[in-house]
Every structure is written in structure tokens, then in C-alpha cells.
Design a protein. Structure first.
Length: 266
């Protein structure tokens, strides 16, 4: 009997189910690894509007509305910091009418949503150069920062008139000034010192960076801080970015092994 069993196994081998690739492994919501700091490119607003035969300003308005949705989603997942790339130092090269509309939308957004941001416990901060911004924008920035200091649930950091290279230059100038004034020695300048001279040195580096719109580059966003960030790209324009996309990004982030230059898990 044993011989016949062996022959049958040879003729009709048991087909084992192939092991599911780790990249396809399903992650239960309660098993998600949640990043402390999420960075998001609000990219594709103009293309979103063009595809619908609308002016580009309509796309920027839809994108601003979706920022509020992002804040709600981050709050539900327990993310502590979210930095959004709202307006870069290079965006000044866009048509003057579009830039003006963006600045007006920024002011409108905070007047419209400040009460909801307070209800959600969202502290508002800004990263970037303030020189050159319109006075109404600067006034709203000061009001938003001062009025939200006590909120603890989530920090919403808006990168406005921001450029990663310019931030690094800013930090270098800060350190050079300290050397000139005799409060720091050249040999004291290290990675920690430069990190401490950035716009928001108390904010941890991003764990996960999400870029919608199909573009596959950093575009001068958080260049220093993103050294070990996980990158996630999606072929969806920012106004259509939803909880489904964020959940997919978090699931992918959970599957990854963050080694920081060391050895992976064995």
C-alpha cells in the first residue's frame, strides 16, 4: 500500500499554492504601520481642471477643498504631522493672474475653515520664505499660527513659497552667521547643527512622502529631510486623491523594511 501511495504521489503531485508576494500581502487596518510625519505633494490641480474644460483656478479650488479631506483622514489614522507642498519658490514663474488667484484662495481657505480646523484639533504652521508674500497672506499666516498654538491632535504644515535648496542655503547662512559672531566653531557644524537651522527644526523628518499626478520626482520638496523617507507615487490627480489612495499608501508603507543603511529583517 505504501508503494502505491508513493507511485500516486509521483504521478499526481500535490500542487502547493504559490506564496503570495509581500507586495500583494493584504494588511488589516489595525495592523497598519502609521507614519509620524506624512508629506504630500498637492500636484495635478491644473491638469484636473483642464481635463474637465475648466479654468486652472477651478482645479486649485478643488485641490484646496481636498486638503481639508486629507486633514480629516490623517486625524483618523493618528498621523501627527502632515506637510503639504502648496506653493514653491518656482511657482512665481506662473502667470501673474494664476499666482494672484492662488494667494486669494489661500486667504479664503483659512477664513472659511478655521473653525473646523479648531474643532479637529489641528495646529497650523508654515514653512518657507515669507519675504515677497502679499500682506493679506502674511496676516492670515500670523493669525493661523498664533490662534492654533494650543491644538495638539495634528500639525498641518503648509510649505508656502518653499524650496528645499533655499531652505538648505538659509540654514547654511544661519550657521555661518554664528561662526562669524563667535558663537560656533566651524568644526561644530555637523548634520545635527544643520538640521537645527532649518525652518522648523522641531518637526521630525517625514517617514512617508506621497506624490499623486504620476510625476516621479521630488521637485525641490524637503530635500534635506527626505533622506530616508519612503516614497509613494500614484496616477491620480490631487483633487481626486481619496481615503482609498491613502489607505493603499499606508499599506505599502507597512510592508516596507526601513533599514536606514543597515541590514534588513531576517
Amino acid at each position: 500500500m505504501a508503494r502505491w501511495t508513493q507511485i500516486l504521489r509521483m504521478l499526481f503531485p500535490v500542487r502547493r499554492q504559490p506564496k503570495q508576494p509581500d507586495s500583494e500581502r493584504q494588511i488589516a487596518p489595525e495592523d497598519l504601520k502609521i507614519p509620524v510625519h506624512l508629506a504630500v505633494f498637492m500636484d495635478g490641480n491644473g491638469r484636473w481642471a483642464t481635463q474637465r474644460g475648466l479654468p486652472r483656478t477651478a482645479g486649485h479650488r478643488a485641490g484646496a477643498e481636498n486638503l481639508q479631506n486629507l486633514c480629516r483622514m490623517c486625524g483618523r489614522y493618528g498621523i501627527r504631522y502632515v506637510t503639504v507642498y502648496a506653493f514653491s519658490t518656482e511657482n512665481w514663474s506662473r502667470p501673474a493672474a494664476e499666482v494672484e488667484a492662488l494667494m486669494e484662495l489661500f486667504v479664503e481657505f483659512f477664513h472659511r475653515y478655521d473653525r473646523e480646523l479648531e474643532k479637529e484639533g489641528i495646529r497650523v504652521r508654515f514653512s518657507g520664505e515669507r519675504a515677497g508674500l502679499p500682506e493679506p497672506v502674511l496676516a492670515v499666516m500670523a493669525q493661523a499660527e498664533q490662534g492654533s498654538l494650543h491644538r495638539k491632535k495634528l500639525q498641518l504644515i503648509i510649505a508656502l513659497n518653499y524650496g528645499g535648496r533655499r531652505e538648505i542655503v538659509h540654514a547654511c547662512r544661519q550657521l555661518a552667521g554664528q561662526v562669524r559672531d563667535g558663537t560656533m566653531q566651524v568644526d561644530d557644524i555637523d548634520e545635527q547643527a544643520l538640521s537645527g537651522a532649518l525652518y522648523l527644526p522641531d518637526v521630525p523628518d517625514p517617514d512617508l512622502m506621497i506624490r499623486p499626478s504620476g510625476e516621479l520626482r521630488l521637485s525641490n520638496f524637503l530635500l534635506w529631510q527626505s533622506a530616508y523617507a519612503e516614497l509613494w507615487f500614484a496616477h491620480v490627480l490631487w483633487p481626486d486623491f481619496s481615503d482609498e489612495h491613502l489607505a493603499a499608501a499606508l499599506a505599502d508603507y507597512t510592508r516596507r523594511d526601513r533599514r536606514y543603511g543597515g541590514l534588513g529583517k531576517t
